[in-house]
Design a binder for this molecule. Sequence first.
Ligand code: SF4
Length: 483
Amino acid sequence: MSDFRALAGRMDINGPRYTSYPTADRFHGGFGAQDYQQALADCAASATHAANTAKAAAPLSLYVHVPFCENICYYCGCNKIITKDHRRSARYVDYLAREMALVAQQLGTRREVVQSHWGGGTPTFLDPAEMRRVMDALHQHFHLLPEGEHSIEIDPRRIGDAQMALLAELGFNRISLGVQDFDAEVQRAIHRVQSQAETQAVVDAARRLGFRSVSMDLIYGLPHQTTARFAATVEQVLAMRPDRLSVYSYAHLPHVFKPQRRIDERALPAAAEKLDILVGTIEQLTAAGYVYIGMDHFALPDDALAVAQREGRLQRNFQGYSTHAGHDQLGFGVSSIGAVAGRYVQNARTLDDYYRSLDAGVLPVMRGFAMRDEDHLRRDVIGALMCNGVLDVAAVEARHRIDFAVHFAHELAELARLAEDGLVRCEPGRIEVTPLGRLLVRRLAMVFDGFLREDARRTEPAAIRSADAGTPLPMPTRYSRVV
Ligand code: SF4
């Protein structure tokens, strides 16, 4: 931990979280509804091909975005709509059903779904009848496998036992809860007052109803947090023994996220304190038996994520880590992102645009990206480093038909510098992330990000031309700092 503290304090570790590669800020408006339609047609064709060769078509993943929240949390950077008017969600549900029908029509057959996730916003903003309608529409067009992972984000302040029972009845088997911090002063400062008892009640109900997994989110770097106060929150969380925990760094960007202007900057912990909070939290969680999965995520050793990591099957997807990524993922709802047949696609960000497209019978695409061979290669490399902590060079060379040492000469030189810092071990035929490197894995992933490299070439041509192949990339400022 002392090495981590020293490096995290010294390194400028701005960077994306790589829930996709290329990252969403590389998607562009030149990709539209027709491109998505073609991607769906390709997805359908590969399912038909599988059927013709007596193989099962790969099942799909689904994401459903519900953008509504009743109250604003000041730290929030999500795409959400604050309203107490529940008539708005009734209309939204109609359009979600229309979008599902439109997408399913392109796919042709009722495809199997091995993973689904409802996020937001607050999915439980929907009333029981609306939740049933969305689930009915899903079942009408897709076959949700009962043995799959079906999860939903829950706001513990707005859910009772009856609604929890409804979620179980609808087939959800995993829940994810926002906690952030239990300290009363912190909660007031971020405008999210949520008692420990409310959270405990949801956890108890989930266990009683047989949900397979409970996941919780915490955020460090919020106003009035100190190492001791956050440690007390972590203690309370550990007493509830969630199966998974995400501990996110708060990025204060009030010029980007308006609600953050209501956070008193003077109350934010200084960088050194924030680092202490992170170090203390990692120590607390690992001492309590949690496995550090990577990139803010922890899990109990028998949780599916930890098992998948041990078996080298872990993947990255838009929700973070997953045991089921790699399948095509369909996104439904405003601003949702999907990944289909080598293309990324993101829906319209505003309700008006979303509704207008669907009224015209057109897929509500705002932007997207068609991956090239080079993007597939880099995604493969970044995924291996972030998920399983090891890269089999020969396997990558065989899959992508490249000479790794030639293709990634600049990257390997930069990696050698990070090896000196103890983040990675470069051996013949193998690149292995060290335990220290796993704590700073986004820094390693960034080495293989071709877009960052291109940005650096454009903004600092002299530095790159100086031909020190190991020159570290100047990092853009638009990403949040890890600590
Ligand atoms: S943090 Fe969650 S509940 Fe709070 S405003 Fe953002 S999306 Fe809504």
